[in-house]
Design a protein around this ligand. Structure first.
Ligand SMILES: Nc1ncnc2c1ncn2[C@@H]1O[C@H](COP(=O)(O)OP(=O)(O)OP(=O)(O)O)[C@@H](O)[C@H]1O
Ligand SMILES: [Mg+2]
Length: 226
Protein backbone atom coordinates (compact mmCIF):
# COMPACT_ATOMS: atom_id res chain seq x y z
CA UNK A 1 0.00 0.00 0.00
CA UNK A 2 1.69 3.19 -1.13
CA UNK A 3 -0.69 6.05 -0.28
CA UNK A 4 -1.03 7.79 3.06
CA UNK A 5 -3.79 6.93 5.49
CA UNK A 6 -4.73 9.54 8.09
CA UNK A 7 -7.53 9.15 10.61
CA UNK A 8 -9.13 11.78 12.84
CA UNK A 9 -10.48 10.69 16.18
CA UNK A 10 -11.87 12.24 19.33
CA UNK A 11 -15.10 12.74 21.19
CA UNK A 12 -18.29 14.24 19.79
CA UNK A 13 -17.88 17.93 19.05
CA UNK A 14 -14.08 17.85 19.24
CA UNK A 15 -13.81 19.37 15.76
CA UNK A 16 -12.94 16.33 13.61
CA UNK A 17 -15.24 17.04 10.67
CA UNK A 18 -14.26 20.72 10.66
CA UNK A 19 -10.54 19.95 10.56
CA UNK A 20 -10.83 17.06 8.07
CA UNK A 21 -12.47 19.44 5.61
CA UNK A 22 -9.89 22.16 6.17
CA UNK A 23 -6.94 19.79 5.87
CA UNK A 24 -8.32 18.18 2.73
CA UNK A 25 -8.88 21.61 1.20
CA UNK A 26 -5.35 22.68 2.02
CA UNK A 27 -3.80 19.50 0.65
CA UNK A 28 -5.82 19.72 -2.55
CA UNK A 29 -4.79 23.34 -3.05
CA UNK A 30 -1.20 22.07 -2.94
CA UNK A 31 -1.92 19.53 -5.63
CA UNK A 32 -2.36 16.34 -3.62
CA UNK A 33 -5.05 13.82 -4.46
CA UNK A 34 -7.10 13.54 -1.27
CA UNK A 35 -10.00 11.23 -0.57
CA UNK A 36 -12.09 12.18 2.44
CA UNK A 37 -14.36 9.62 3.94
CA UNK A 38 -15.96 8.79 7.26
CA UNK A 39 -17.16 6.11 9.59
CA UNK A 40 -19.71 4.93 10.34
CA UNK A 41 -20.76 4.69 6.73
CA UNK A 42 -18.55 5.64 3.85
CA UNK A 43 -20.13 3.29 1.29
CA UNK A 44 -23.68 2.20 0.35
CA UNK A 45 -22.84 -1.31 1.61
CA UNK A 46 -21.64 0.02 4.95
CA UNK A 47 -24.69 2.23 5.26
CA UNK A 48 -26.97 -0.74 4.55
CA UNK A 49 -25.32 -2.80 7.30
CA UNK A 50 -25.50 0.12 9.69
CA UNK A 51 -29.17 0.48 8.89
CA UNK A 52 -29.73 -3.11 10.00
CA UNK A 53 -27.87 -2.53 13.26
CA UNK A 54 -29.71 0.71 14.04
CA UNK A 55 -33.08 -0.82 13.23
CA UNK A 56 -32.63 -3.07 16.25
CA UNK A 57 -33.16 -6.19 14.11
CA UNK A 58 -29.79 -7.59 15.15
CA UNK A 59 -30.06 -6.77 18.83
CA UNK A 60 -31.34 -10.19 19.86
CA UNK A 61 -28.26 -11.77 18.27
CA UNK A 62 -26.07 -10.31 20.98
CA UNK A 63 -23.18 -7.83 21.12
CA UNK A 64 -20.63 -10.06 19.37
CA UNK A 65 -22.81 -10.50 16.29
CA UNK A 66 -23.57 -6.81 16.33
CA UNK A 67 -19.81 -6.19 16.36
CA UNK A 68 -19.43 -8.57 13.39
CA UNK A 69 -21.99 -6.47 11.49
CA UNK A 70 -20.09 -3.27 12.24
CA UNK A 71 -16.94 -5.05 11.09
CA UNK A 72 -18.68 -6.04 7.85
CA UNK A 73 -19.47 -2.37 7.25
CA UNK A 74 -15.82 -1.45 7.80
CA UNK A 75 -14.61 -4.25 5.52
CA UNK A 76 -16.82 -2.89 2.74
CA UNK A 77 -15.57 0.65 3.33
CA UNK A 78 -11.97 -0.58 3.25
CA UNK A 79 -12.35 -2.59 0.06
CA UNK A 80 -14.51 -0.08 -1.81
CA UNK A 81 -12.92 3.23 -0.83
CA UNK A 82 -9.81 3.13 1.34
CA UNK A 83 -7.71 0.36 -0.27
CA UNK A 84 -8.28 1.46 -3.88
CA UNK A 85 -7.36 5.06 -2.99
CA UNK A 86 -4.20 3.99 -1.15
CA UNK A 87 -3.26 1.73 -4.05
CA UNK A 88 -3.31 4.69 -6.43
CA UNK A 89 -1.13 6.65 -3.98
CA UNK A 90 -3.79 9.08 -2.79
CA UNK A 91 -3.98 10.55 0.70
CA UNK A 92 -7.00 9.13 2.51
CA UNK A 93 -8.41 11.13 5.41
CA UNK A 94 -11.02 9.27 7.41
CA UNK A 95 -13.30 11.01 9.92
CA UNK A 96 -13.37 8.39 12.73
CA UNK A 97 -12.08 4.85 12.22
CA UNK A 98 -11.10 1.87 14.36
CA UNK A 99 -10.21 3.88 17.47
CA UNK A 100 -13.81 5.06 17.65
CA UNK A 101 -14.93 1.41 17.61
CA UNK A 102 -12.50 0.74 20.45
CA UNK A 103 -13.76 3.67 22.44
CA UNK A 104 -17.48 3.40 21.75
CA UNK A 105 -18.03 -0.36 21.39
CA UNK A 106 -15.17 -2.02 23.15
CA UNK A 107 -15.76 0.06 26.23
CA UNK A 108 -18.97 -1.80 26.94
CA UNK A 109 -18.46 -4.39 29.65
CA UNK A 110 -20.75 -7.01 28.20
CA UNK A 111 -18.73 -7.50 25.02
CA UNK A 112 -15.89 -9.99 24.75
CA UNK A 113 -12.75 -7.84 24.49
CA UNK A 114 -10.48 -10.55 23.10
CA UNK A 115 -13.05 -11.38 20.42
CA UNK A 116 -13.27 -7.71 19.44
CA UNK A 117 -9.49 -7.40 19.20
CA UNK A 118 -9.33 -10.42 16.86
CA UNK A 119 -12.20 -9.02 14.84
CA UNK A 120 -10.39 -5.69 14.48
CA UNK A 121 -7.22 -7.36 13.22
CA UNK A 122 -9.14 -9.51 10.74
CA UNK A 123 -11.18 -6.58 9.44
CA UNK A 124 -8.29 -4.15 8.98
CA UNK A 125 -6.24 -6.93 7.40
CA UNK A 126 -3.03 -4.95 7.52
CA UNK A 127 -4.42 -1.54 6.61
CA UNK A 128 -3.49 0.61 9.61
CA UNK A 129 -3.52 4.39 9.66
CA UNK A 130 -0.09 5.93 9.12
CA UNK A 131 -1.14 8.78 11.38
CA UNK A 132 -4.05 9.26 13.77
CA UNK A 133 -4.85 12.73 15.01
CA UNK A 134 -6.83 12.70 18.22
CA UNK A 135 -8.55 16.02 18.83
CA UNK A 136 -8.83 16.50 22.54
CA UNK A 137 -11.33 18.79 24.21
CA UNK A 138 -12.64 18.82 27.78
CA UNK A 139 -15.92 16.94 28.04
CA UNK A 140 -17.96 20.06 28.77
CA UNK A 141 -16.70 21.83 25.65
CA UNK A 142 -17.42 18.84 23.41
CA UNK A 143 -20.94 18.54 24.80
CA UNK A 144 -21.49 22.27 24.37
CA UNK A 145 -20.26 22.33 20.76
CA UNK A 146 -22.21 19.25 19.79
CA UNK A 147 -25.30 20.71 21.37
CA UNK A 148 -24.89 24.08 19.69
CA UNK A 149 -24.59 22.36 16.33
CA UNK A 150 -27.76 20.36 16.67
CA UNK A 151 -30.98 22.24 16.35
CA UNK A 152 -33.48 21.84 19.17
CA UNK A 153 -35.75 19.80 16.93
CA UNK A 154 -32.99 17.38 16.02
CA UNK A 155 -32.27 16.19 19.54
CA UNK A 156 -30.82 12.70 19.43
CA UNK A 157 -29.36 10.21 21.82
CA UNK A 158 -26.27 12.35 22.35
CA UNK A 159 -28.31 15.15 23.82
CA UNK A 160 -29.08 13.24 26.95
CA UNK A 161 -25.56 12.11 27.60
CA UNK A 162 -23.83 13.45 30.62
CA UNK A 163 -20.37 14.96 30.51
CA UNK A 164 -19.32 11.93 32.54
CA UNK A 165 -19.78 9.63 29.53
CA UNK A 166 -17.68 11.98 27.42
CA UNK A 167 -15.03 12.06 30.13
CA UNK A 168 -14.71 8.28 30.03
CA UNK A 169 -14.45 8.28 26.24
CA UNK A 170 -11.88 11.03 26.31
CA UNK A 171 -9.79 8.98 28.73
CA UNK A 172 -10.00 5.97 26.40
CA UNK A 173 -8.85 8.02 23.41
CA UNK A 174 -5.95 9.36 25.47
CA UNK A 175 -4.90 5.90 26.59
CA UNK A 176 -4.91 4.67 22.97
CA UNK A 177 -2.56 7.56 22.15
CA UNK A 178 -0.35 6.61 25.08
CA UNK A 179 -0.20 2.98 23.99
CA UNK A 180 0.51 3.74 20.32
CA UNK A 181 2.69 6.86 20.26
CA UNK A 182 4.18 6.04 16.82
CA UNK A 183 0.75 6.26 15.22
CA UNK A 184 -1.17 8.73 17.38
CA UNK A 185 -0.79 12.42 18.11
CA UNK A 186 -3.06 14.24 20.54
CA UNK A 187 -3.88 17.80 19.53
CA UNK A 188 -5.51 20.32 21.84
CA UNK A 189 -8.90 21.07 20.27
CA UNK A 190 -9.77 24.04 22.47
CA UNK A 191 -8.30 26.84 20.38
CA UNK A 192 -9.82 28.47 17.34
CA UNK A 193 -10.06 26.53 14.10
CA UNK A 194 -7.11 28.31 12.55
CA UNK A 195 -4.72 27.56 15.44
CA UNK A 196 -5.73 23.92 15.50
CA UNK A 197 -5.17 23.66 11.74
CA UNK A 198 -1.66 25.04 12.20
CA UNK A 199 -0.92 22.42 14.85
CA UNK A 200 -2.22 19.70 12.54
CA UNK A 201 -0.12 20.95 9.62
CA UNK A 202 2.98 20.86 11.86
CA UNK A 203 2.23 17.25 12.82
CA UNK A 204 1.63 16.26 9.19
CA UNK A 205 5.03 17.67 8.28
CA UNK A 206 6.80 16.16 11.28
CA UNK A 207 5.29 12.69 11.07
CA UNK A 208 4.66 12.25 7.35
CA UNK A 209 7.10 14.66 5.75
CA UNK A 210 4.27 16.36 3.85
CA UNK A 211 4.97 20.07 3.81
CA UNK A 212 1.93 22.33 3.55
CA UNK A 213 1.63 26.09 3.69
CA UNK A 214 -1.26 27.26 5.86
CA UNK A 215 -2.47 29.92 3.50
CA UNK A 216 -5.41 29.12 1.27
CA UNK A 217 -7.71 26.51 2.64
CA UNK A 218 -9.97 25.35 -0.12
CA UNK A 219 -13.19 23.55 0.61
CA UNK A 220 -13.50 19.81 0.59
CA UNK A 221 -16.46 18.75 -1.45
CA UNK A 222 -16.82 15.06 -0.73
CA UNK A 223 -16.35 14.92 3.02
CA UNK A 224 -19.25 13.23 4.69
CA UNK A 225 -20.52 15.21 7.64
CA UNK A 226 -20.63 12.71 10.46
N1 LIG B 1 -12.07 25.20 17.10
C1 LIG B 1 -13.37 25.40 17.19
N2 LIG B 1 -13.86 26.39 17.97
C2 LIG B 1 -15.19 26.59 18.09
N3 LIG B 1 -16.14 25.83 17.49
C3 LIG B 1 -15.72 24.83 16.71
C4 LIG B 1 -14.32 24.55 16.51
N4 LIG B 1 -14.21 23.48 15.69
C5 LIG B 1 -15.47 23.12 15.39
N5 LIG B 1 -16.37 23.92 15.98
C6 LIG B 1 -17.84 23.82 15.90
O1 LIG B 1 -18.23 22.83 16.86
C7 LIG B 1 -19.20 21.95 16.31
C8 LIG B 1 -18.65 20.55 16.27
O2 LIG B 1 -17.55 20.48 15.35
P1 LIG B 1 -17.37 19.22 14.39
O3 LIG B 1 -18.65 18.87 13.75
O4 LIG B 1 -16.21 19.52 13.51
O5 LIG B 1 -16.99 18.13 15.48
P2 LIG B 1 -16.90 16.56 15.32
O6 LIG B 1 -15.72 16.16 16.12
O7 LIG B 1 -16.91 16.20 13.88
O8 LIG B 1 -18.22 16.07 16.05
P3 LIG B 1 -19.00 14.65 15.89
O9 LIG B 1 -18.16 13.61 16.54
O10 LIG B 1 -20.26 14.87 16.64
O11 LIG B 1 -19.20 14.44 14.41
C9 LIG B 1 -19.53 22.52 14.92
O12 LIG B 1 -20.66 23.35 15.04
C10 LIG B 1 -18.31 23.33 14.56
O13 LIG B 1 -18.61 24.38 13.69
MG1 LIG C 1 -18.17 14.98 12.80
Amino acid sequence: MVGTFITFEGCDGSGKTTQVQRLAGLMRSEGYEVVTTREPGGTPGADAVRHVVLSGAAQSLGPNIEAVLFAAARADHLSQVIRPALEREAIVICDRFHDSTRVYQMGADETDQAFLARLEAATLDGVFPDLTIILDVPAELGVERARARRSASAADRFEGEEAEVHRKRRDRFLSIAENEPERCVVIDGRGDEEEIMEDIVAVIEDRLGIVLTTGGTGTATDAGSA
